[in-house]
Write a protein of this length. Sequence first.
Lengths: 237, 237
Amino acid sequence: MMGIVLYELAGADPNLRFSPHCWKTRMALAHKGLHADRRPWRFMDKSAIAFSGQGNVPVLVDNGEAIYDSWQIAVHLEQRYPLAPALFPGERMVDLSHFINAWADKALLPVIGRIILLDIYNRLAPQDRSYFRRTREERFGRSLEEVAAERPTNLETLRHAIAPLRDILRAQDFVSGQTAAYADYCIFGMFMWSRCTSPVELLASNDPVFLWRERLLDAFDGLARAAPSAEHEGESS
Amino acid sequence: MMGIVLYELAGADPNLRFSPHCWKTRMALAHKGLHADRRPWRFMDKSAIAFSGQGNVPVLVDNGEAIYDSWQIAVHLEQRYPLAPALFPGERMVDLSHFINAWADKALLPVIGRIILLDIYNRLAPQDRSYFRRTREERFGRSLEEVAAERPTNLETLRHAIAPLRDILRAQDFVSGQTAAYADYCIFGMFMWSRCTSPVELLASNDPVFLWRERLLDAFDGLARAAPSAEHEGESS
């Protein structure tokens, strides 16, 4: 098939696209100025992406070529569209961005996941709920409700975990420097995951990370800000 | 004064130079191929570096100009010696390296510090010991010995904290890509701090981070490997 197709995890509302990794890819496509046919996908739709040889989204189909794993998709887009704005603007930026992507996945994703776990569950399509509950309760060794009850502790853990981000954002507007690039998007995806599924406010409004997130919400004509999200009930700072 | 002078924290043995931040600077100087007159400094020698306007090392004096803070020293060296091998090899590498430096300082330094706290104390010059005990016991809210007793927990915390590093070192030899640069040295400094003061082995020998550390111990003709260190009592994996 021609053009670019992106399979994104969706909730009960097919327009609610909340996966952190899919958000990395969505921002990367916007950065490159590329249009994609964004298709909703649910955990129970494994067969719909079986052509990719695995069962997770995002899956990108670029003019017939299937690529999975958000990092591999970013590397693909950079190589395939070298004349579009660079996701890795400078020699070796890809190597350091690789570390920052791993930091987002290892230091932020698990703790944000615990904070918003029950909110995600409540926004899933009905057919995804028992799968999600079973696999996550196995992973955490307790019920979704028990994990959710630990939210205050996990919010503290998160605010500690983002200390390096906070530090540098006092001195520079974006992780990537004066303008945003993939090193920003791979972290921002984690915050969009929360924004799309949960009313919880992860950040205090005087946190430099809050202001960085605002800048990225405004990027690309407010693409991320305009995306369907959970209603925010106000801050918990 | 002409040439480069570097003030480094030293132990009872003046040749034992163990500060993580001083190690960042030492590797940066080696990378640039610059010689420095390395002077031992102790916590009680505040007056010896008062000319820098503050009381912490490393302090670099580059042909009469005093610079403090290891990050500022790295930025200075890159600007002052642009023809020497680059610490930030590529456009915007300085921005992402800034994040990685902050990650080393916020995610690794506090936990490694707890692991080796009592070992550091035991290697300090006699005149530094009461200052060190008092300030650290205030910071941690308990005795050095109580903090040291939590070593097994802190080793687990560390091995979890380095997960992003482990992830990318499966795919690339250095954080900076195919060769080492400042993004590597700012992390490596944390491991040298431990190597120089403590017999504890922070890493399992099959950890990709262990192999990365080996590569950096071998860099610059084994500069770091040959430096005075605590004797290792073998691995605790």
